[in-house]
Ligand binder design. Structure first.
Ligand code: ARG
Length: 277
C-alpha cells in the first residue's frame, strides 16, 4: 500500500514538447547514441504520445513545437531554453548538429510575451539548469563538465537575478545535469551522487539534507530524468527501484515507457521544457 504525504501538493505547470517525427540517431554526441543501432521512429512517437497524454491527464498544459527536418534531436525540447518568471535565457548548443534548434526555440518565445535574453556562452537550457522556486527564495542549480560552459552560469545569474550553484559532472554517461538530478517539488531534489565531483556532492548534501538519493542502476535506467509537479512524478518505467523509493517519500510515481528515446540519450525530462511565466 502506498501512503501519500498529505503535504505533497501538485502545482499546475505549462510545458513545451516536440514530437519525435524526425527522430533518428545518425550521429553520436553522447555515449548513449550509436548510429549503427536502428531507431523505430513510429515506436518513439507512440511512446512520446503516451508521455504527452500523461502530462495532460495530470492537468498540465502542453504546448508543441513543430519538428524540423535535419534536427533529429528536437524531441529533446528541454535543451532549447531556460525560463523563470517570464524571462528566458536562450540556449547555445555545444555540438553543431543541434545549433539549428536555437532559432526555433527563440521564435517560440518571441511570438509570446516573454523577455528573451540571447546567450553569449554555450548552455543547453534545462538540460543543465534546474530551478527550485522555494529553495533560498529561488535557486538555480547549474551543471557543467560536458555541455554547458560555466561562464553561462554567471550569465544566467545576471539575466535571471537568482543565485546559481555550479555543480561539476564527472561521469560522461550523465552528460547533462538533468540525467543525474531533478526537482521533486519547489525545494527538494533527487540525484545520483556518483555523477558529481566529490565537492559537488558535498554541496548537494549541504543544500539538500532531505534529498532522495538514486542508485546507479536507477540512474542508468534514466529514472532521475524525471518530471514532477510536486506530487506526481513522471519517470521512466524501467526505474522501478526509484519509483518505490519515491512512494516511500510520499510522492506518486507515474511510470511511462520511453525506451526508444534512450537511444538518443534521453528520457522524460529531456523531452519536456517547463514554461515559467
Ligand atoms: N541526443 C541529445 C544530445 O546529446 C540528447 C539530449 C538529452 N537532453 C537532456 N535534456 N538531457 O544532445
Amino acid at each position: 500500500m502506498t501512503v501519500t504525504h498529505p503535504s505533497r501538493k501538485r502545482r499546475i505547470r505549462t510545458y513545451l514538447l516536440c514530437p519525435p517525427e524526425r527522430y533518428v540517431v545518425e550521429y553520436a554526441i553522447n555515449p548513449w547514441m550509436d548510429p549503427s543501432t536502428p531507431v523505430d521512429t513510429e515506436l518513439a512517437l507512440k511512446q512520446w504520445a503516451g508521455l504527452r497524454e500523461t502530462l495532460v491527464g495530470l492537468g498540465h498544459t502542453v504546448h508543441l513545437l513543430a519538428p524540423e527536418s535535419g534536427l533529429p534531436d528536437m524531441v529533446f525540447a528541454a535543451n532549447g531554453a531556460f525560463s523563470v518568471d517570464g524571462v528566458v535565457y536562450g540556449a547555445r548548443f555545444r555540438h553543431p548538429q543541434r545549433t539549428g534548434e536555437e532559432a526555433v526555440h527563440r521564435a517560440f518565445y518571441e511570438s509570446g510575451s516573454w523577455r528573451f535574453a540571447a546567450p553569449s556562452w554555450t548552455n543547453e537550457g534545462e538540460g543543465d539548469f534546474v530551478y527550485l522556486p522555494r529553495a533560498a527564495g529561488g535557486l538555480i542549480l547549474a551543471g557543467y563538465g560536458y555541455r554547458t560552459d560555466p561562464r553561462a552560469h554567471l550569465e544566467v545569474a545576471e539575466v535571471l537575478g537568482r543565485p546559481v550553484v555550479s555543480l561539476r559532472l564527472v561521469d560522461p554517461r550523465f552528460y547533462h545535469l538533468d540525467t543525474a538530478l531533478a526537482a521533486l517539488d519547489d525545494e527538494n531534489v533527487v540525484y545520483y551522487p556518483g555523477a558529481f565531483s566529490a565537492s559537488a556532492q558535498q554541496v548537494l548534501r549541504q543544500l539538500f539534507p532531505d534529498a532522495v538519493l538514486a542508485t546507479e542502476e536507477d540512474a542508468l535506467a534514466f529514472g532521475v530524468n524525471l518530471v514532477s509537479d510536486g506530487r506526481h512524478v513522471v519517470l521512466n518505467a524501467a526505474a522501478t527501484g526509484l519509483a518505490a523509493q519515491l512512494s516511500r517519500h510520499g510522492y506518486l510515481p507515474v511510470p511511462v515507457e520511453l525506451g526508444e528515446l534512450r537511444k538518443g540519450g534521453g528520457s522524460v525530462k529531456c523531452c519536456v521544457a517547463e514554461l515559467r511565466r
